[in-house]
Ligand binder design. Structure first.
Ligand SMILES: Nc1ncnc2c1ncn2[C@@H]1O[C@H](COP(=O)(O)OP(=O)(O)OP(=O)(O)O)[C@@H](O)[C@H]1O
Length: 356
C-alpha cells in the first residue's frame, strides 16, 4: 500500500484497533514508561533490552529498529521507551505525513544527536522520501536537491547520528532495501489473556479504579488480544460500574457493561455478529461471495473484508475459500445454532472446503 491509499478505518468501534483524537490523550496517561513496565512481548522486550544496553555501554546511538504488528499492540509506546531508555528525545511522525522528500529532509536535518525518530506506518511513505531515507539510515547523510531540470544540483547534508524506529502493520510490504537497513526487527504478537489482565490491572491503578481479578479476566477475554482495546473497554466498564454499581469492576459488572455496549464474550461487536449471522442464517453457512454478504449486512465490501473479516478469520469463525466465505463449526457454536445437515460445518457434502 502506498501513502495515497487509505485503508478502511475501524475508528469509532469500541473494539476497533486504531485510535484518534481525544482517545490519544487518554492513552498517553496509560503508557508504560520503561521496558520493565511494558507488559508481555517477552521476546521483543528481551531482544530490545540487549540492543539498548549494548548501545548505552558503547556510549553510542542504538541501531535502527523496525517494529511490526497489528495496530494497538504497543509500537508507539515501545518507541517512546527506546528513547527514554537511551536518555534521548523523540520526534514522532508517520509515512502518510511525509509526501515529499523535502518533508523528510526538513525533519532529518533538525534532529539532535542521538534523537529517536519514530516513523509510524513507514510502508505508506512516498517513493522519493523512501529513497532519501536509505542514505540517511546508512550514511547519516542526505542529498538535498536544489533547483529543477538540468540545472538542479544535489547538496550533500551531514546528519547527526540518530535512531530510526519504523513501525508497520505489514513488514512484508516494505521494500527489501529498506527492511535490510534496520539493525533489529521486533515482531509484536497479539497478547495472551493473562497478559491483558496485567495491562488492565496496571491501567486500573493509574485510573484509580478498583478491578477484581474476575473483572479483569472478563474484560481481557473480550479485548481481541490488543492492549488498546483492553484499555478502552476498561474505561467503558468503569463508567457502567460508576453509574449502575458501586464503582467496583467485578466480573458481573464487566459482563453486564459489555453486553450493554454490544461486545460479546469473544470480543465480537455488532458488525462482526451481523456478518456471521447473515452468513449462517441467510446463506446456511456459505459458501457465499463477499459482495453478496456485504449487501446482506448493508455494508461496503471493503468494510466487511478489511474491518470485520480479519478478526473473524483469526478467531477461526470464518474461512475465505475460492468458492466464497464459509462459516466454520465454531461460528455455529458461537451463535448457538446448529449447522444444517450436509453443510460443510456439519462435516457434510462439501468437506475439504476449509483446506484451501
Ligand atoms: N505492553 C503494553 N503494556 C501496557 N500497555 C500497553 C502495552 N502495549 C500497548 N499498551 C497501551 O495500549 C495503547 C496503545 O498502544 P500504542 O499506541 O503504543 O499502540 P501502537 O501499536 O503504536 O498502535 P498504532 O499502530 O495504532 O499506532 C496505549 O495506551 C498503551 O499504553
Amino acid at each position: 500500500m502506498t501513502w495515497e491509499e487509505q485503508p478502511p478505518q475501524d475508528t469509532g468501534r469500541l473494539v476497533g484497533a486504531t485510535a484518534e483524537g481525544e482517545e490519544l490523550a487518554a492513552e498517553a496517561a496509560l503508557r508504560p514508561k520503561d521496558l520493565a513496565e511494558f507488559v508481555g512481548q517477552p521476546k521483543v522486550r528481551e531482544q530490545l533490552d540487549l540492543v539498548l544496553r549494548a548501545a548505552r555501554a558503547r556510549g553510542g546511538t542504538a541501531d535502527h529498529v523496525l517494529l511490526s504488528g497489528a495496530p494497538g499492540l504497543g509500537k508507539t509506546t515501545l518507541s517512546m521507551i527506546i528513547a527514554a531508555e537511551m536518555g534521548a528525545p523523540i520526534r514522532i511522525t508517520s509515512g502518510p505525513a511525509i509526501q515529499h522528500a523535502g518533508d523528510l529532509a526538513a525533519i532529518l536535518s533538525s534532529l539532535a544527536e542521538g534523537e529517536v525518530l519514530f516513523l509510524d506506518e513507514i510502508h505508506r511513505m512516498s517513493r522519493p522520501a523512501e529513497e532519501m531515507l536509505y542514505m540517511a539510515m546508512e550514511d547519516f547523510r542526505v542529498d538535498v536537491i536544489v533547483g529543477k531540470g538540468p540545472g538542479a544540483t544535489a547538496i550533500p547534508l551531514e546528519l547527526p547520528p540518530f535512531t530510526l524506529v519504523g513501525a508497520t502493520t505489514r513488514a512484508g510490504l516494505l521494500p527489501p532495501p529498506l527492511r535490510d537497513r534496520f539493525g533489529f526487527t521486533g515482531h509484536m504478537e497479539f497478547y495472551a489473556p493473562a497478559e491483558l489482565e496485567r495491562v488492565i490491572h496496571r491501567s486500573a491503578r493509574l485510573l484509580d479504579v478498583t478491578v477484581s481479578d474476575g473483572g479483569a479476566a472478563e474484560i481481557a477475554g473480550r479485548s481481541r488480544g490488543t492492549p488498546r482495546i483492553a484499555n478502552r473497554l476498561l474505561r467503558r466498564v468503569r463508567d457502567y460500574a460508576q453509574v449502575r454499581g458501586d464503582g467496583v469492576v467485578t466480573e458481573e459488572a464487566a459482563a453486564r457493561a459489555l453486553t450493554v455496549f454490544e461486545v460479546d464474550d469473544r470480543g465480537l461487536d455488532r458488525l462482526d455478529r451481523s456478518v456471521l449471522e447473515a452468513l449462517l442464517k441467510l446463506f446456511g453457512g456459505g459458501p457465499v461471495g463477499l459482495s453478496t454478504l456485504a449487501v446482506a449486512v448493508g455494508e461496503e465490501r471493503e468494510t466487511v473484508e478489511e474491518v470485520a473479516e480479519p478478526f473473524l478469520v483469526r478467531e477461526g469463525l470464518l474461512a475465505r475459500t475460492p468458492r466464497g466465505r464459509v462459516a466454520t463449526p465454531a461460528a455455529w457454536a458461537h451463535l448457538g445454532l446448529t449447522p444444517p445437515p450436509g453443510t460443510p460445518a456439519a462435516g457434510g457434502a462439501q468437506e475439504g472446503l476449509f483446506e484451501s
